[in-house]
Structure formats: C-alpha cells, structure tokens
Ligand binder design. Structure first.
Ligand SMILES: [Zn+2]
Length: 620
C-alpha cells in the first residue's frame, strides 16, 4: 500500500518535472560568412537568421536545425548566447520595478500586469490569451475608456519579446502600460488615445524563452519557445503551408487572439538591431501600401533618432527604416501573417542593438522611444474611419477595397460587432468599393484622406424599404398601395376578416367558390374596393413607386390609386388633368371644380375620378 503511494508520488513528480522543463534542447548561436546573399533564401527556411552585418550572417538553431545546417559545410563560428552576458538587476515584485531599472521575475511580471487592472478597473483589463508550452501565461492588457465594452474604435496592438532573449521591448511596453494608465486624464495625448482606441499591449509573448532558466532569472533566456522553435518563423505562409516545424502553441494562441479581434495597427518589438522593418519580410514584391508603410515607419524612426543618442537607429540603414526583404528575407514571420491573414498593418521594431541591455539603461531606452511609441499609436487614429450598416442601422460584415490600389493582401473588413473599419492611406483622394453579402456593392468616390487626420465615412448598404400602413374600417373601404408589393398576395396582405375585393372591373371574395372570382391578385398603383369584417391596420413594406408613372384614365369614371407619399389638395394632386376634371369621390366625400367636402387626397386611399375625356394622370 505504502509502496503504491510512493510510486504514484514519484510518477507525479516526474510528470511535473517534464511539464516544467518541456523538452530539453540546445540553442546554437553562431555566425558565418556569406558571399552570395541569394543563398539566404534557402538558409532562412533551415535556421533562424537573426541579423546580417556586412557578409556576416548571425543565426540561431535548435539541435535538428543545427544538424542539417552543419552538413552544408559553412565555416561557422559558435558564439556565446546573448543572455550569457546578462547582468541585469532582477525585481522580485512590482515594488522593485518602481524606477524601471530592473527586469521582473516572471511572477513579478504577472503580478504587475494584474495590478494594472486592479488599480485602474475602468481603463484596464488583463486578458490571459493563452498558455505556453511550459504553462506560462501570454498576457495582454486592454486599455481604453469604457474598457469593459467593445466600442467602434480602432484596435491597436503592441507586443514584445516573441524572441525570448530580446527584452528591451518587454520593459518598454510594461512601462508604456503604466504610463497610459497613470497619465490618463492629465496628459492630453494619452487621454485622446485611450478615449479613441482600444489598445492591446502584450509585453512578453514568449515567456518560456525569456525564463528558460526559471521564473526568477533571465540569465538563460533563449530566442525560441519551450520546444526550441523560433516563433517568428512559425506562422503559416499566405497559402496556409508551414515553414519551420509544427505550429507551436504560442503561435496558435497569437493567431486565435488576432483573428478574434480586428487589430488595425500593430507593432512587434524586437532587439538585436535598431530599425523599423516594414512588410514584406517573405518576398521582395512590395505591399500595396508600401509608400504609406514608409511614412508610418518614419513616424517612429525619425522621433527615436531625434530623441536618442547619435547613431541610435542606424544599425541597418542611416534613416532607421528598412523594407523587410531588403534587410533579409524570412518566411513565417508574424508581421507578414498579421498583414496577409489578419488584415492588420504591422511592422517590426528593433529597439536595441544589444538584446539584453543592462537594466540600468532601460530608463534611457524609454526616453528615446516614449514619444515615438505614442506617435505610432496615434497613426491608428488617422485615415478613413468607417461604419457599414444595413438600412436599419445594424452593423454589417463588409469588405473594403480601395479601387485601383488594393490586392487580396491589403483588402480589409469591418468588425461585424460594430460595423467599423479603419483604412490607413497616404494623403489623397480614393474610391472605395464596399461589399457585404446580400447587398449590391457600393462604390464611394472621392474619399479624401489628409495627413494626420481622420476621415469619417458612414456607409449604408441597400435601401430602407418603405412601410405603408393603411387603416381599414369595418365594411367598405377605398384603398390603394403606393409601394411595390413585390411577392405580396391577397393572402399575405389581408387576413380571414376579408369579405371582398373589387377593382373597377373584377372581383374576388374568399366567401364564394373560386370559379366566381375573376380578380387574380392585387397590384400596386391600382385602386380597389375592399370590404373587411373588422377595423384593421394593414402594414406592408416595399420600395415606393415613382409618382411620375402615368395612369391612363378613360372618359367618365375611373377607380384610381393615389401614388404620392404625402397628402395633397385635390387641385394640386390632379393639376395635370385639371382641364378634364369633373368630379372626385372618396368613400365619404366629394370634390367638384366648384367646391365640395373633399379637400385633401391621402396615401393609402383610392378615389373615383370623373374626366370629360381620356387622359393620362401624372401626380406632381
Ligand atoms: Zn527578434
């Protein structure tokens, strides 16, 4: 008995050990010289290329990748892992983070994130979007006014440390959350952002990599996830195929999160270089919004170059921005996936040449980047802000195409919850096509976009059907419909209280055998006698008939529909046939050229009109 308990305890212990450590694997960090960059196209699918400096290629590999790469025979120099030089101060609780010059333990990080929601419940929610291979949380802060509701506002996302050993962005984003919350209401830029956007910030999206050596140290941080896969090479290609290994839990979590939101603008913070890298990474062909992406990237790069020390953000290009493929081609990166699958606009921001700078330098990086981080988010408040709804004002799922500009990878959709969309464009005038299932496409021409401004655009798909209400009195009524009755029949318009319908020449009654009825149906634009048992309100929907359609009147008496949608004096409504008009009768009153009791003609009614000769009646 005791033995059995001991064995199961041991088994439990072994299980929890493996759950904590995940798979054990080696990380190889190395460099090699490459004369012909074309070889990178193949290599980038085999190893995780991290940087290119001149002819030197810096890369990471796990055991399998290393084994395959070694066979190629490159002269390779193994390097100490970036985290091996880590000397950062560790904060064991949020209190020790107060000067932002210490890296948090994993528990201090989680405590800090949950603390934000506790301290600012009206502005901040903490969402655990998923659990990593080794059981850690991938946490995002949602920051917005009315944070509990999902408003028609652009959703903007910052995330960091998808590479576990690139931790500068981790610190910057934690501090950004704190600043957005603590300065709300006093700093006008921050107040404006929080009021007009839903901001999602996930400081560390690969905690298994960062805390590979355990929750209390960053000294063994690794680039890849707990299974040894580079998460930023792990996203599906545009055609759905995969690159490096099976889709990892962390990748799936990010994809599920992104697809459950409508992130319009995003950035992913990395380290190891200093540059804003914009799409595409996987191909040399340009994104349809290439010129907008260049302007957007400069919003960030120009500010950090101005606010940072000389040489900051020049590691890849002197102006601080680069097209991804121009730097080096990778496949399976999150930035590209966010663009071609999640319909977001995302760039990669490399914030420090050193992947794990001394914690004491973090306040400096904050000073270099703070203004740029706000300005980049503010770009999400500009461009075209639209709402697409049906004629009753209900939000619609719709796609928005910028004519002569968009391709399949740049078309965006509304968030069906609120019908809102955000289309960022360079200043100019654009024609948009809005498509929603069940409606004809709508083209909106000449939509003007100005720099650093929002253009509001509300789009209603389809037309609101007109609703006509006709009050039936018990007994005989004279009525007509001025809407297109569409599929409506006598059976759908009237109920069991109907006794008889008569047109000028035919009759229908449900009370007599069918072969006595010679009125086949009821039509719009015609007048009818209707005998009903009770008083009743008929409500029918349809498009209004054009009042300009003419009705042929014969000499003598005619039973005529009234087509206008407002009431009118008899002399006004019938001015077109004034020369021949002799008498007009409603159910209970009469008009003659000399006077009479009938003064107004009304929608829903029919009239007997007597003319001296055949003529065409067209209402005003
Ligand atoms: Zn990176």
């Amino acid at each position: 008995m005791k033995k059995a308990i001991l064995i199961s305890l041991l088994m439990l212990f072994a299980l929890s050990l493996s759950a904590t450590l995940g798979t054990t694997w080696n990380q190889y960090y190395f460099r090699f010289e490459l004369i012909n960059k074309v070889e990178l196209q193949e290599l980038t699918r085999m190893i995780s290329i991290d940087n290119i400096c001149g002819n030197w290629v810096y890369a990471y590999a796990n055991d399998t990748e290393w084994e395959a790469f070694e066979k190629l025979g490159y002269r390779t120099q193994l390097l100490p892992a970036p985290s091996s030089q880590f000397t950062g101060t560790i904060a064991r609780n949020p209190g020790e983070m107060r000067n932002w010059d210490a890296y948090p333990t994993y528990d201090a990080y989680v405590a800090m994130m949950t603390g934000f929601a506790t301290s600012y419940p009206n502005l901040c929610q903490i969402v655990n979007v998923g659990t990593t291979v080794n059981g850690r949380q991938i946490i995002f802060a949602k920051i917005s006014d009315n944070v509990a509701s999902h408003e028609a506002e652009p959703e903007l996302m910052y995330s960091g440390t998808i590479h576990g050993d690139e931790v500068t962005g981790y610190m910057l984003l934690l501090r950004l959350i704190d600043t957005l919350l603590s300065q709300y209401g006093s700093d006008p830029r921050i107040t404006n952002l929080v009021n007009n956007a839903e901001i999602w910030i996930g400081p560390n999206t690969n905690p298994d990599g960062t805390y590979y050596g355990g929750n209390n140290t960053l000294a063994s941080a690794r680039r890849a996830n707990g299974n040894g896969y580079d998460l930023n090479r792990n996203f599906p290609n545009q055609n759905g195929s995969t690159n490096t290994g099976p889709i990892q839990i962390e990748t799936q979590v990010m994809m599920d999160f992104a697809l459950s939101r409508h992130i319009s603008l995003a950035a992913n913070f990395h380290g190891g270089a200093e540059v804003v890298n914009f799409p595409w990474d996987y191909t040399y062909s340009l994104h349809p919004d290439d010129s907008w992406y260049i302007s957007l990237s400069h919003v960030y790069a120009d500010l950090v170059q101005a606010n940072g020390p000389s040489g900051y953000f020049t590691s890849v290009s002197s102006n601080g921005v680069t097209n991804g493929a121009d730097w080096y081609v990778i496949a399976g990166g999150r930035q590209d996936w966010m663009n071609y699958t999640a319909q977001s606009r995302e760039v990669t921001i490399e914030v420090s040449n050193t992947k794990m700078p001394a914690a004491s330098t973090m306040p400096n990086y904050w000073n270099y980047n703070y203004d740029a981080m706000l300005s980049y988010l503010e770009q999400g408040l500009y461009g075209i802000h639209g709402i697409v709804s049906d004629p009753y004002g209900n939000p619609l799922a719709a796609t928005i195409t910028v004519n002569s500009h968009d391709t399949a990878v740049s078309v965006i959709s509304t968030d069906p919850a609120n019908g809102d969309f955000y289309r960022y464009l360079n200043p100019g005038s654009y024609n948009l096509t809005i498509s929603a299932a069940g409606y004809p496409d709508k083209v909106i021409t000449g939509v003007v976009v100005n720099a650093n401004q929002k253009t509001s655009l509300n789009v209603t798909m389809g037309e609101l059907l007109h609703q006509q209400e006709i009050s039936l009195a018990p007994g005989w009524n004279l009525l007509s419909f001025n809407i297109d009755l569409g599929e409506n029949t006598i059976g759908t318009i009237f109920d069991n209280d109907l006794r008889q319908i008569k047109s000028q020449s035919a009759t229908y009654s449900p009370l007599v055998p069918a072969h006595f009825n010679n009125l086949a149906g009821i039509s719009s634009g015609k007048g009818y006698w209707v005998n009903n048992l009770s008083s009743e309100n008929l409500v029918v929907q349809g498009n209004l008939l054009s009042t300009s359609s003419s009705q042929e009147l014969a000499s003598g008496w005619n039973l005529v529909a009234y087509l206008p949608d407002t009431q009118m004096a008899v002399s006004t409504a019938l001015a077109g046939i004034n020369a021949y008009l002799q008498e007009v009768r409603s159910l209970d009153s009469v008009w003659t050229p000399g006077g009479g009791s009938l003064s107004q003609m009304q929608p829903g009614k029919a009239y007997w009109i007597k003319v001296s000769q055949a003529c065409n009646l067209i209402y005003p």
